[in-house]
Unconditional design. Structure first.
Ligand SMILES: Cc1ncc(COP(=O)(O)O)c(C=O)c1O
Length: 422
């Protein structure tokens, strides 16, 4: 499916349909869903259907189905451009109370998920205008989410300087933002990062976020923090790490990794001016955001259920998976030069096989023939000069799997890598 198309396309049509890491991952996911039993899919970003959270959501849907007037309103009407007022009020109140932020409903809008929201943001902020041209999105630390590259209209570019690599011990390493290479200029439309990062599970310190925010703000660019896995929900973070906020920040929240990816819903928190612009652009694109996801979120927040769900159910679940898979991988690869990225959050393991005798893509293909799908690392090094071999030595492994599949998958990956070095 991820093949060039034969119909005639515009530049935008070609840009959005050409072979890419994201389209490849979504094809692998669809393939694994179809063939079901045989493939162990450790490639995509699907959340695990955690039993305890499914029960919460299913009973909310059942309640909703029993309230005829409510459900008919939700599916029968377009919501307001920035989403329904109750959701915006509730979320702003929640953020004020939990983090002391000075935000009102004017700072919040409902979105159709982070992917759609990022498309709006990147193209609303970047590209030619009357007085200047802000034509690049700066990613201060790569590897970054593979889907960012699929969101840029022709003319908008990615800039992503090399990070520095800190070796933590024999088994672990960590990427750090190399501030000596970070240059925010008049051309920068936005600085963007995921927190925790997908793929590496990197947590940026508050000091680094403040610094990035400061240098972005100086040049009139916002700092976009994509919290698809982060705080305040789903909060898959393995340490105390409240979300960062300033009037120059654009924070993106998604319901997907709460276990609701089918609802295609999320939220954006930003200055009222940016929220107003965002809502107008989104209305041109979608008419209105999804009301069902917003309703479910409003209920979770109103009932005070969201924090417990995130910290007790979702975060613990993934932390156990990561702990199991990483310790198995570390012991199986003890005699190789492989290292894992320090796991600050999310549900991926990012594995660096230094001096791997062949490319990560080759490892991906070899593993696929054995029935395990992983994500090849090079796709995550957005916009980086191709001479850096590091990306080709990495793979991303999802741990959002049942224990038996996780166990077998990790075993097959480790065997293949040990064999390769031999
Ligand atoms: C970092 C990151 N941002 C955005 C998205 C897209 O999220 P959504 O499902 O809310 O569109 C994903 C999905 O996996 C992601 O990992």
């Amino acid at each position: 499916m991820n093949e060039p198309l034969s119909c005639e396309l515009s530049n935008a049509g070609s840009a959005f349909t050409r072979r890419s890491g994201l389209l490849g991952l979504m094809d692998d996911l669809a393939e694994a869903n179809k063939s079901n039993q045989d493939t162990i899919n450790m490639g995509g970003g699907s959340p695990f259907p955690i039993k305890a959270s499914r029960e919460v959501y299913t009973s909310l849907f059942q309640e909703l189905a029993n309230s005829r007037a409510e459900i008919e309103k939700l599916y029968g009407q377009y919501s307001a451009p920035a989403g329904n007022q109750e959701t915006r009020d509730k979320l702003a109140g929640y953020l004020r109370k939990k983090f002391g932020w000075n935000v009102s409903s004017e700072h919040v809008a409902v979105t159709n998920g982070n992917q759609a929201a990022l498309f709006v943001l990147f193209n609303m902020l970047g590209g030619p205008n009357e007085s200047a041209e802000r034509n690049e999105i700066l990613f201060p630390l790569i590897p970054e989410y593979v889907g960012y590259q699929n969101l840029l209209l022709p003319g908008l570019k990615v800039r992503a300087p090399k990070p520095s690599i800190q070796i933590l011990n024999d088994h672990l390493f960590e990427y750090r933002v190399d501030f000596s290479r970070i240059q925010v200029t008049e051309k920068t439309a936005a600085v963007c990062l995921s927190q925790p990062s997908n793929p590496a599970g990197k947590i940026h310190s508050e000091t680094d976020l403040k610094k990035l925010d400061y240098i972005s703000n100086e040049k009139g660019a916002p700092l976009i923090i994509d919290s698809a896995y982060g705080a305040p929900f789903p909060n898959i973070i393995f340490s105390e790490c409240p979300p960062y906020w300033s009037e120059n920040t654009i924070l993106l929240l998604s319901l997907s990794k709460l276990g609701l990816p089918g609802l295609r819903s999320g939220l954006i928190v930003a200055s009222p001016e940016r929220i107003a612009a965002f809502s107008k652009f989104s209305t041109s694109l979608n008419l209105a955001p999804n009301s069902i996801g917003a309703h479910i979120l409003t209920e979770l927040v109103s009932r005070g259920a969201i924090d417990h769900l995130c910290s007790q159910t979702i975060c613990n679940f993934y932390q156990e998976k990561i702990a199991f898979a990483s310790s198995k991988l570390i012991s199986s690869l003890a005699d190789t030069p492989c290292r894992l990225h320090h796991m600050g959050g999310g549900f991926f393991i990012w594995l660096w096989c230094e001096h791997l005798p062949f490319l990560g893509r080759e490892l991906y293909s070899r593993l696929k023939t054995k029935g395990v799908v992983v994500a090849p690392g090079e796709e995550f090094f957005l916009g980086l000069e191709p001479d850096w071999s590091h990306g080709r030595e990495c793979i991303r492994i999802s741990c959002a799997l049942p224990d038996t599949q996780l166990n077998v998958g990790i075993e097959l990956i480790a065997d293949e890598i040990v064999d390769a070095y031999r």
